[in-house]
Write a protein that binds this ligand. Sequence first.
Ligand SMILES: Cc1cc2nc3c(=O)[nH]c(=O)nc-3n(C[C@H](O)[C@H](O)[C@H](O)COP(=O)(O)OP(=O)(O)OC[C@H]3O[C@@H](n4cnc5c(N)ncnc54)[C@H](O)[C@@H]3O)c2cc1C
Length: 265
Amino acid sequence: MKAPRFAYARPASVAEALALLDKHKDDARVLAGGQSLVPMLNFRVAAPKVLVDINRIAALSGIKVTKSHVRIGALSRHVELERSPDIAKLLPLVAAAMPHIAHPAIRNRGTFGGSCALADPAAELPACALALGATFVLAGKKGERRVAAEDFFKGLYATALRPGELLVAAEFPLAKPGCKSAFGELARRHGDYAMVGLAAHRSGKAMRAAFFGVGDRPEVVDADSIDGVISGIDDLEPRADLHASAETKLHLARVLAGRVLAQLQ
Ligand SMILES: Cc1cc2nc3c(=O)[nH]c(=O)nc-3n(C[C@H](O)[C@H](O)[C@H](O)COP(=O)(O)OP(=O)(O)OC[C@H]3O[C@@H](n4cnc5c(N)ncnc54)[C@H](O)[C@@H]3O)c2cc1C
């Protein structure tokens, strides 16, 4: 199938993009890497009247390190995160997740912001954002607001983004010395969305495990031991999907927790 007819706009600045989103309201949809949106258009799962292409907005790109955080611009491509020395050094959890996201051709175009705004419950980057306590920066007509990752992912493909808002960036706090992180996922084939995945971070005794593929959004389990996290898995309520029953997903989550959290010792 082909996409339904749509108008196309290519703003050059965040202000122009926000004006277009405000003008067209629910009829508009942001186009970033297009790796999820274009198939959705072609399958006619989405039929926006106007596509607002943000690919020429330089202010949305790039990875910047400040004294307190690493800021990842929404338009940063997956491949940039995968190859960035700053990400490898300061956010090793994100670096470890990148090769699991789809395939090189998709990582060349797909963006950090597109992945987080889409909020696929089996996606890697939302879980990393939760595990590392990131804050999302959203821009709207009235200015910018910041939303903690815990409050950003609302449910199945649902986020705190309001109509007319643009995801601008995410800020990941710099880890304290001695912090550790580890990542793992189980997928049928490398590059597929995860059946179950885990992004984990340890700061002192506190362990944070962000599971994905186990519910309608990534789920956090906080504990101070591996056994504590494994007990917390009992509270997850995964739904069966094409890949596995709910029981199988819980079993896989426990197996993965044992493997991944052992790396935090
Ligand atoms: C075969 C295949 C396999 C894949 N496997 C994986 C995988 O294993 N793991 C994974 O995480 N992803 C996977 N993906 C998805 C890929 O990572 C996409 O790139 C990503 O989900 C969307 O990013 P995008 O930049 O392409 O966004 P787009 O497709 O352009 O947009 C996606 C959605 O986000 C909205 N949006 C985009 N940017 C913004 C913004 N700045 N502000 C507000 N809204 C915005 C759009 O309006 C749209 O609703 C796969 C995709 C394909 C085609």
